[in-house]
Every structure is written in C-alpha cells, then in structure tokens.
Design a protein around this ligand. Structure first.
Ligand code: PGA
Length: 249
C-alpha cells in the first residue's frame, strides 16, 4: 500500500526566527504514524532545517534545483549542494517556476535527472491553468508535462519520483479542486505511468496541491489515487499543516 506523504511548500516565505517556531511546532505535533511529512523551504534555510530536523521524523527539501552539476550558472543551486544539506526532496517544475521563470517541460525533465543523480527524490509538479481547463485541455496539458519527464527516465528511476497534481487555478486562490476532479486527473497520471511500467505506477505517490486545508484534506485524501498533499499557504502555520498531516495519518 502507498504511504501518504504531506509536503509543505513554504515558497518565498520565512525568517530564521519564524522558521524556528514553525519547525518546532511541526516536530512537536507530528506523530509519524501512517504518513510521511516534509517541508520544502527557501534554499538559505536548508542549513537551519538540517540543524533542527536532523534526527526527527520530519524530512526537508528545496523548491528548485539546477539542471547543471556545477559551474558558471550564477544564482543556481546544484543538486549536490542540496544533498550536502541533507535534503530528501526537491520540487521540480512548480507552476510558479514554469510561469515566472519560463521553465519548459524539457528543462523540468533535466532538473529531475539532476536531482536523481544526487540521490534526491524529485517531486514533479504538473497542472493546467484555468484557461486550459475551460478549453477542455486539462488532460492534454498534464499528460504532456508528465510525458516530458517520462521520456528522459529509465524505468528503475520511475520508482524514485513523486508526482504532484497542482491545478494552477487552485493554487493560493482558495478554490480547491473537488475530490472528483482531482481523482480523475490523478488516475489519468497513474495510467500514463502504467503504460511504461505497471509496478512503478502502482507504487508511485501522487500528491494533490492547490488550497488544501485541514477542513478539505480528508475528502481529497480519501480518493483512491490521492496519496498526499503539497501544501502552500496552510504550511505556514504549524496547526494548519499538522491538521492536514493528521488527516493523512
Ligand atoms: P496553496 O499552494 O496550498 O497555497 O494553494 C500550493 C502550492 O503551490 O504548492
């Protein structure tokens, strides 16, 4: 059976003092029973996570990674650097990276490879915009985004990635996808992976993200193909984040 996974995506939020309180709260309230839990923080705070979370059941990770291993790429952070700071996860292709930093699906695929090469678990984000949904293109868009990643991965690597379906129209808007809409896309994504390898598809954790909150988490997480959540806004308050983690547990 797939274990549930809840990842907090802090985006560009935080401060040393604020993070300290938030991380302590999460550690204190997380029972680590039937769900895994992690936070993906801005890169400068990875050292703080390493200090505070090492030896606890809470994992940590980054929100982006360079496709390159090292060299003259000013401002970029290499996967080996994330590994140095004990990261387990790294988000790849979050819709905000795709939209504001022009990341193509091909670049996202290269980032996934870089993460895997460093022993990190890439969390591959896919999702359609409102315009695309209204034009009936949701399936087309998410499948193309996923396919670009599948195209560069050898079959054994399929067992080392996590997927996240994050409809852009649900991110930070308070408009959650209904459990039925989310389930439909999750099932579609799993089917697409199954075309490559049924076993990898059956074991793959597919998270939902987009205005997931403690009060809607239970219904979403009850869907057969929703294996956890990628949480933005609600990950910035320990009580809200833990409410979702507890729903997953
Ligand atoms: P949200 O963000 O929970 O604030 O909608 C989710 C995400 O962008 O990962």
């Amino acid at each position: 059976m797939r274990r549930k996974l809840v990842i907090g995506n802090w985006k560009m939020n935080g401060s040393l003092a604020g993070n300290s309180a938030l991380l302590s709260g999460v550690v204190a309230g997380y029972a680590a029973r039937n769900a895994d839990c992690a936070v993906c923080v801005p890169a400068p705070y990875l050292a703080q996570c390493q200090t505070m979370l090492n030896g606890t059941p809470v994992s940590w990770g980054a929100q982006d990674v360079s496709a390159y291993a090292a060299g003259a790429y000013t401002g970029e952070v290499a996967a080996s650097m994330l590994q140095d700071f004990g990261c387990r996860y790294v988000l790849c292709g979050h819709s905000e990276r795709r939209a504001y930093h022009q990341e193509s699906s091909e670049l996202v695929a290269q980032k996934v490879l870089a993460a895997l090469n460093a022993g990190l678990t890439p969390v591959v984000c896919v999702g359609e915009t409102l315009e695309q949904r209204e034009a009936g293109q949701s399936a087309l868009v998410v499948c193309a985004q996923l396919q670009a990643v599948l195209d560069v991965l050898e079959t054994p690597a399929l067992e080392k990635i996590v997927l996240a379906y994050e409809p852009v129209w649900a991110i930070g808007t308070g408009k959650t996808a209904t459990p039925a809409i989310a389930q439909e896309i999750h099932a579609l994504l799993r089917k697409q992976v199954a075309k490559r390898n049924a076993e990898a598809a059956a074991g793959m954790q597919i998270l939902y993200g987009g205005s997931m909150k403690p009060d809607n988490a239970r219904d979403l997480l009850a869907q057969p193909d929703i294996d956890g959540g990628l949480i933005g806004g609600a990950a910035l308050k320990a009580a809200d984040f833990l409410g979702i983690v507890h729903a997953a547990e």
